[in-house]
Design a binder for this molecule. Structure first.
Ligand code: SF4
Length: 224
C-alpha cells in the first residue's frame, strides 16, 4: 500500500484548463524537484521529515505551510466524507504529483465514482489509471534540470502552457514537433500572471490555431 505525502486537501472550483468552473477537491502532494522561477507553491518543494504532521492537521486548509502528512488512498478518500465535501471531481496536484505512483489512488477514486485529474509538469513518468485525465503543463529549462518526457506528452489529455512572450510559443512548438500526442489532445495557452500583453498574445495564437485559452479564473474571483 502506497502512502502519499499530502500537503493539503481542500474543495474549490477548478480555475484552469478544460475543467474550468467545475467544483473539485484538490489533493496537493508534497515534493517537487522542478524549480520553476515563478512557482507560487514553493512550500511544497521539500518533503522534510521534521515537518510531518498527523493527518487531521493538514485537512481543509490552504496555509502555504510546508507541513505534510502521510496518507494512503483510502484515508484520502475518507477525508472527503469527514470534511463534508460534495464535489465529484478530484484534482491531484502538487508540488509534482508524478514523483509518486498515482495508480492506487486514482483507481480507488474512479471506482468510487469520482472523476480524476492529474496536474503535472511532464518531467516525470505519469503513473495513473488510464481513465484519469492528465493535464501536462510542460516545464522547459527550469532550475531543477529535468526535461519534459515523451511518455508524459503522449499520456496527456490536455497540454496547458504558460505564456508570457513569443519565446514560450516557440518553445512549445519545438517540444510538440516530434511528440506522439493523442489525436484528441486539447492544447491551452495560459497567460502568466494575468499580464495584458501575455493575454493578448495567448488570445491571438489560440484563435489562429484553434487552441484554448486558460485564464486562471480563480485568480480573478480571488479564491484558492
Ligand atoms: S512544477 Fe509546479 S510546484 Fe514544481 S516548481 Fe514548477 S510550478 Fe512549482
Amino acid at each position: 500500500m502506497i502512502h502519499y505525502p499530502i500537503n493539503e486537501i481542500f474543495q474549490t472550483i477548478q480555475g484552469e484548463g478544460v475543467h474550468t468552473g467545475l467544483p473539485a477537491i484538490f489533493v496537493r502532494l508534497q515534493g517537487c524537484p522542478v524549480g520553476c522561477s515563478w512557482c507560487d507553491t514553493r512550500h511544497t518543494w521539500v518533503v522534510d521529515p521534521e515537518r510531518r504532521e498527523p493527518s487531521c492537521q493538514i485537512l481543509d486548509v490552504s496555509s502555504n505551510s510546508d507541513a505534510w502528512s502521510s496518507m494512503c488512498a483510502d484515508e484520502i478518500r475518507k477525508s472527503f466524507s469527514c470534511l463534508g465535501y460534495s464535489a465529484r471531481h478530484v484534482v491531484i496536484t502538487g508540488g509534482e504529483p508524478c514523483l509518486y505512483d498515482l495508480s492506487e489512488l486514482s483507481t480507488l477514486l474512479l471506482a468510487e465514482g469520482f472523476t480524476v485529474q492529474v496536474e503535472t509538469s511532464g518531467t516525470l513518468e505519469v503513473r495513473v489509471h488510464e481513465e484519469a485525465w492528465v493535464t501536462v503543463s510542460p516545464k522547459i529549462g527550469m532550475k531543477g534540470g529535468l526535461t519534459v518526457l515523451p511518455q508524459a506528452l503522449s499520456r496527456a489529455n490536455e497540454i496547458k502552457h504558460p505564456v508570457a512572450t513569443e519565446h514560450h510559443i516557440e518553445e512549445l512548438d519545438t517540444l510538440l514537433q516530434f511528440a506522439d500526442l493523442r489525436p484528441d489532445v486539447q492544447i491551452a495557452l495560459q497567460p502568466i500572471s494575468q499580464k495584458k500583453l501575455a493575454t493578448e498574445l495567448a488570445i491571438n495564437v489560440c484563435i489562429e490555431r484553434n487552441w484554448r485559452l486558460s485564464v486562471q479564473v480563480h485568480k480573478y474571483i480571488h479564491i484558492d
